[in-house]
Design a protein around this ligand. Structure first.
Ligand SMILES: C[S@@+](CC[C@H](N)C(=O)[O-])C[C@H]1O[C@@H](n2cnc3c(N)ncnc32)[C@H](O)[C@@H]1O
Length: 590
């Protein structure tokens, strides 16, 4: 039995490390959270498997811990990101290559990024341009430039400045987006804002009319895609990925991509391609402006904010090159110092395969599984990946994607297909694991039904029903959207369940259903035991209740976050609207 004492019950892994931040992928688990599990449940030189590998964080953690890794996922983008991390390059050769491709792309771009600096009339390359939506007042047909009518604190306009009609962002028709501010490096070397000039408008028009627009890689985001309706793409006319780029950025990206793909050294080319896809969201109109500081791009949706950036692609690329080198330092830096086995990047394999079909892996050949399945209906990986995959020229086959569709044709039987897939995946995990070895599964959901499903799928695959370890994974997210309403909330804390494949015989233990009153009793028990730190937000309390129920060998079907929120309120807790933190009102029921 591994030494479980070295494994903390709460793993706090803030998403701030150099590896995590280098290339976004939806719902990444930081390597620092994975590594202690790999070190507890496997030995150096052994093989770790992740069959929902995404951007490959398990593979990187394995490499850092001196283990080999077998990764798979259906995601073309995930594989691209993981292999990009693993490309080993010399920092100086890489910087030189990055400079050369940028130089080539700048020449090919011509003067499209030029602007006239207001202070001295010099022609300089722009740093960024801010763009705004325009709206047409339905009452008087007056055109409103959204940005120009924001309050000092950035609040939306209240009414039409001409006729006083109340402003309604959802229903007012949109006009053409317009540039509203240009930022350049001033004569003193500091950034300076200036008004948009005719010179700028001429450059924008020239870029829009440039025949290369037709060569910009693009993919349709079709109506049957869940994100088409969720992000309102039809109404906004955003039905293909290239439309997310401003005309100038589209050509700058095209020329940079061409120069990168012409680079001879395969390893450097791989790393450059990785850096390129890492900048795409910020190089697009998805990069949200805010009065205080840029708000990043939302990577779970195709949302474009009413005020957004057109950020200089070369500037973004330059910064990301340095970020990639910082990630490399963390990933490759200390590797091997105190390890028994020197693992090479080629010892991390990544195959495109559905988790329920791992025929490339022999039975009883894997020493440990760490995996992070999709969460159910929340995130549509393959729809969001189109944005990057348009450039990669290869798209994810999402036929077997483990998501629950809530719109379109695939809605019918979606939950059953999800369950089937998860069962198939756990059955494959059971087959390929050596007897007596372990699998850790990361899972976060606010619905007890999904938790119950996971428990049953693990048991039916043959794993011992009672987990050997349950940990709370806190990725440091602060999003508490939905929690205040008491409706289905967004869980910000995940659990990591570790189960064991029995030695020889199949396990016969069965968890029992929660009976009436158990939920309320459990909630009371957990609330009474909570330390101030643990009671900080409702998700934490929910995670503690789930953990307790699992330890008591109970099925989780009837434990929903919504019920916990109601019970917390009854126990005298309130949830701060802004921070999502819990506060206890004296005199409450507890
Ligand atoms: C929660 S994410 C994993 C993220 C990963 N932990 C990381 O660090 O990037 C779940 C992954 O499951 C993948 N997936 C969905 N359906 C799948 C299937 N049938 N087979 C394999 N992977 C699938 C998605 O593409 C996504 O990358």
């Amino acid at each position: 039995m591994p030494d479980l004492n070295s494994l903390p019950e709460t793993i706090t892994a803030p998403r701030t490390d150099a590896i995590y931040n280098c290339h976004a992928y939806l719902t990444k688990v930081p390597v620092a959270a994975i590594r202690p599990f790999i070190e507890t449940f496997s030995a150096p030189g052994e093989t770790v498997l992740d069959f929902f590998a995404g951007s490959g964080m398990t593979g990187l953690a394995a490499l850092m811990a001196g283990r080999k890794a077998v990764l798979s996922d259906i995601s073309v983008l995930g594989q691209h990101i993981a292999l990009g991390y693993l490309a080993e390059v010399s920092p100086s050769a890489f910087r030189q290559a990055a400079d050369s491709v940028m130089e080539a792309a700048r020449i090919a771009l011509g003067d499209l990024y030029n602007t006239r600096r207001a202070s001295d009339g010099a022609i300089v390359e722009l740093t960024r341009t801010v763009w705004s939506f325009t709206y047409i007042c339905p009452a008087c047909t007056n055109k409103i430039v959204y940005y120009e009518h924001l309050s000092a604190r950035g609040a939306p306009p209240r009414q039409c400045p001409s006729c006083g009609e109340p402003f309604a962002r959802r229903t007012w028709p949109r006009g053409e987006d317009v540039p509203v501010e240009v930022v350049v490096t001033g004569e003193n070397g500091r950034l300076a804002s200036q008004a948009v000039s005719d010179f700028d408008r001429k450059m924008i028009a020239a870029a829009a009319a440039d025949p290369r627009q037709k060569e910009v890689p693009t993919l349709p985001i079709e109506e049957h895609r869940e994100m088409y309706s969720r992000s309102g793409l039809g109404k906004a006319g955003l039905t293909e990925t290239a439309r997310f780029f401003s005309p100038r950025n589209a050509i700058a990206l095209l020329e940079l991509w061409r120069a990168i793909n012409a680079w001879k050294d395969a390893e450097i080319r791989r790393k450059l391609r990785f850096v390129f896809t890492a900048i795409l969201p910020r190089a697009s109109r998805r990069y949200q402006w805010s009065a205080k500081r840029p708000l990043n791009a939302q990577n779970q949706t195709y949302y474009i904010a009413p005020v957004y950036y057109e950020w200089n692609v070369f500037d973004l690329f330059c910064r990301k090159v340095e970020a990639a080198l910082r990630a490399d330092k963390e990933l490759f830096g200390g590797r091997g110092d105190s390890l028994l086995y020197q693992v090479k990047t080629r010892d991390v394999l990544y195959k495109l395969a559905s988790a329920d079909r791992l025929s490339h892996i022999k039975a009883a050949s894997i020493d440990y599984v760490f995996t992070d399945p999709p969460f159910g209906s929340n995130i549509f990986y393959s729809d969001m990946s189109l944005f990057h995959e348009a450039w990669l020229g290869h798209t994810t086959d999402n036929e077997s994607e483990a998501v629950v569709h809530t719109t379109g044709k695939r809605k019918n039987g979606a939950a059953e297909r999800y369950e089937e897939l998860l069962r198939g995946a756990f059955a494959e995990a059971f087959r390929v694991l050596k007897p007596g070895r372990y699998m850790s599964v990361v899972f976060g959901n606010s619905s007890g039904r999904i938790w119950g499903l996971v428990q049953r799928a693990l048991r039916d695959a043959g794993f011992k029903a009672a987990p050997v370890h349950v940990a709370i994974l806190d990725k440091g997210q602060r999003s508490v959207k939905g929690l205040n309403s008491g409706s289905e909330g967004v869980v910000t804390v995940d659990l990591i369940l570790t189960v064991q494949k029995p030695g020889c015989t199949k396990s016969a233990d069965n968890p029992s259903r929660l009976s009436n009153g158990d939920t309320a009793a459990l909630i009371r028990e957990v609330i009474a035991d909570l330390s101030i730190d643990d009671a900080r937000n409702p998700s934490y309390v929910y995670a503690h209740i789930l953990t307790k129920a699992i330890q008591k060998h109970l099925l989780l079907d009837d434990l929903h976050l919504g019920d916990v929120l109601v019970a917390l309120r009854q126990a005298g807790y309130t949830i701060d609207r802004k921070t999502g933190l819990l506060a206890h009102v004296l005199g409450g029921a507890v």
